[in-house]
Write a protein that binds this ligand. Structure first.
Ligand code: BEZ
Ligand code: FE
Length: 287
């Protein structure tokens, strides 16, 4: 390997790894080396630029904690997370979107019709819809796990030192015999992703803002179906066309409507809503 130069080094590095021929690991590693080396040659990367990238990654590691994963945030603002969500959305199913850092896997079970807001300020909205398969057959007993920010754009989990309960503004519902879920909550407001670290520096360097369009998070699952992780956004709201993490998709935008007579739906609601919207989730079969 003495007669190595900027063109033969790529092959030499690829051949240095003795991976299982044809394995996924081999494909991904060899592809990564190809792309990284091509990029480096194409842009004539200088020592200063090379060190800049490595120091940036070092800083991402330094600021990361179990609660703050700066590399995920980096993936989010580069659209990498969105791309993985898009590639992994199953045909016919609701499109996937950003998980974000605030999911808890043991949220409280709530009865259909519950209010998630516990007298918080804001517009009380009735959220309802169905969970179905791709042929519109309702899925009874599907689980709709939701979490969200409040009307100031804050997740209660971010304000535990101010006495907030981290399990507020979240809940796990089970669909009824018609595949329906329904509850009330406050409409969330936009908020910023953390921008006091290296990813914030990157956003500033690129003249970008850190705001996310207001959204509700969902994880929906049912036996025999592929679970989805997604978000629901609202028509004509701020940042809907320039969400900092590229989470918005046309199919995930709901239209908030004034309350109308819903007595025919037979919902028993804990709190009277000011407005409502409907959003159906579609799950594809497992496998
Ligand atoms: C969120 O939606 O909660 C979120 C997503 C990406 C970064 C920070 C927060
Ligand atoms: Fe969020």
């Amino acid at each position: 390997m003495r007669d190595i130069n900027q063109f033969t080094v790529t092959k030499a590095v690829k051949e240095s790894f003795k991976t299982q021929p044809g394995s996924r690991f081999e494909q991904l590693l060899q592809g990564l080396i190809d792309h990284l080396h091509d990029y480096t040659r194409e842009h004539n990367i200088t020592h200063e630029e090379w060190m800049g990238v490595l120091n940036f990654l070092y800083d991402c590691g330094q600021i990361s904690t179990p609660e703050r994963h700066e590399f995920i945030l980096l993936s989010d603002v580069l659209g990498f997370s969105a791309l993985v969500d898009m590639i992994n959305t199953k045909g016919g199913a609701t499109e996937g979107s950003n998980l974000g850092p605030f999911y808890l896997d043991n949220s409280p079970r709530k009865a259909l019709g519950s209010d998630l807001a516990d007298n918080r300020d804001g517009v009380t909205v009735l959220v309802h819809g169905k969970v179905t398969d791709s042929l519109h057959n309702p899925l009874r007993g599907a689980i709709v796990d939701t979490w969200q920010a409040d009307a100031a754009g804050t997740y209660p989990i971010q304000e535990q030192e101010k006495g907030q309960d981290k399990y507020d503004l979240r809940g796990v519902f089970e669909t009824d015999a018609e595949g329906r879920y329904y509850y009330t909550t406050v409409l969330p407001k936009p908020y910023t992703v953390p921008y006091d670290g290296p990813v914030g520096d990157l956003l500033r360097a690129g003249n970008r803002h850190a705001w996310r369009a207001a959204h509700l998070h969902y994880m929906v699952r049912a036996p025999g179906m592929t679970s989805i992780t997604t978000e629901v956004f609202f028509e004509n709201t701020e940042y809907i066309d320039n969400d900092a993490v590229f989470g918005v998709r046309r199919s995930l935008i709901a239209k908030i409507q004034p309350m109308k007579d819903i007595s025919a739906l037979g919902f028993e609601l804990e709190k009277e809503p000011d407005a409502m919207f409907e959003f159906d989730f579609v799950l594809a079969p497992e496998g």
